[in-house]
Design a protein around this ligand. Structure first.
Ligand SMILES: *Cc1c(COP(=O)(O)O)cnc(C)c1O
Length: 352
């Protein structure tokens, strides 16, 4: 090792799901939305004023902040926006998790959490989900430097009831509790209604899944104005212009079209419920999903082999080679037509 290498910040990076580019693939591996964004985005693209790109964007991202505040019936001082919720979460880790005590999150969860903790030198402890992959709230009733968990959890898709979420927040009022609601719009109950009651709660959501905008990179957090101010202080100390002009413009269009939002999330929920039935009949088991994906396992077929076989047919799902979950596949809910191709393959595979 060269001497200068000793001073380098070394991190084991998060590995995102693959983004293969094939013409006829069925892509069920990164929980994207199978439907296009709201039609208002296309219209806004057609009249986009290219000359405006000469100028820096609004550092406050006011247009987007205001439309979100109105939609979620909070004040603009309670809204923070960022480049996908990954950016929002990274800022939140940096801002709120500065204790000597370990932060807590589930052992099976979004695999970015340990990466940020390592990167920012935040001590952490993972808390085991129970045998059924449920978060046991009592396990979070102990001293810690902060708490984060997704609800519904990923990759299990299981929702923790809002009463239990509130119990975790209530027992931890001396630290910040972050609820990562990347999948909440697919039928789970949001902790947003608790924001007025608990000033230590930060709720984080994203446009990447339910709002079909993964490519635009938009995420946001809602919480007490004091929390949002601290988040903004860190953001301005890092990069004042995280949100580019196009994201701001198209993001606003997406929030404005609530009818389309309800229609597309409703379709995905319907396809998911049907998928539960079809896959259940094939012998798969899975935690009951409140998200846009299912976390499936089968007593007779190895997940890894099935994953490889699917890939041969250009059907992409997600496999995690990790303790406790290495015989599971995470399958994003696609359109009905995409799911039929997936089911057809499974039927053929199982006959062999
Ligand atoms: C997808 C996801 C995110 C990040 O989404 P962005 O695309 O960065 O907004 C954050 N948390 C969980 C649990 C996710 O599944």
């Amino acid at each position: 090792m060269k001497a200068w290498e000793a001073n380098i910040r070394k991190v084991i990076p998060y590995t995102p799901g693959e983004q293969p580019k094939k013409d006829r693939m069925i892509k069920l591996n990164t929980n994207e939305n199978p439907y296009p964004p709201a039609p208002g985005v296309q219209k806004a693209m057609e009249v986009f004023d290219m000359d405006s790109l000469r100028l820096y964007p609004d550092p406050k991202a006011s247009a987007l902040v205001n439309v979100l505040a109105e939609y979620y019936q909070v004040s603009p001082e309670q809204v923070f926006v960022g480049v996908g919720s990954d950016d929002v979460l990274a800022m939140a880790f940096m801002t709120f998790f500065n204790s000597e005590k370990p932060i807590l999150f589930p052992d099976i969860t979004y695999s970015f959490y340990p990466v940020w903790a390592e990167e920012f030198r935040i001590p952490y402890e993972t808390v085991a989900l129970n045998e059924e992959f449920k978060i046991v709230k009592e396990d979070y009733y102990r001293e810690n430097g902060g708490i984060i968990f997704p609800n519904p959890n990923a990759p299990t898709a299981l929702e923790l009831g809002l009463d239990d979420v509130e119990d975790i927040i209530r027992h931890n009022q001396d630290v910040i509790v972050i609820v990562d609601e990347a999948y909440v719009d697919f039928g789970a109950e949001s902790a947003l209604k608790l924001v007025e009651r608990y000033d230590n709660l930060l709720v984080v959501q994203t446009f990447s899944k339910s709002r079909s905008m993964a490519g635009m990179r938009i995420g946001f957090a809602i919480g007490n104005p004091v929390l949002i101010k601290y988040l903004n202080d860190v953001k301005y100390s890092f990069n004042s212009y995280t949100m580019n002009q196009t994201s701001l413009k198209y993001g606003v269009e997406v929030v404005k079209d609530d009818v389309y939002f309800r229609e597309t999330t409703g379709k995905i929920i319907k396809t998911r419920e049907h998928a539960k039935k079809v896959l259940g009949e094939m012998g798969f088991t899975f935690p009951d999903s409140s998200a846009n994906f299912l976390f499936i396992t089968h007593p007779e077929y190895r997940a890894k082999e099935l994953f490889e076989a699917l890939k041969q047919e250009d059907i992409y799902v997600r496999y995690f080679s990790l303790p406790r979950i290495d015989n599971y596949l995470r399958v994003t809910i696609g359109t009905d037509a995409q799911m039929e191709v997936f089911y057809d393959f499974l039927r053929r595979y199982m006959k062999k």
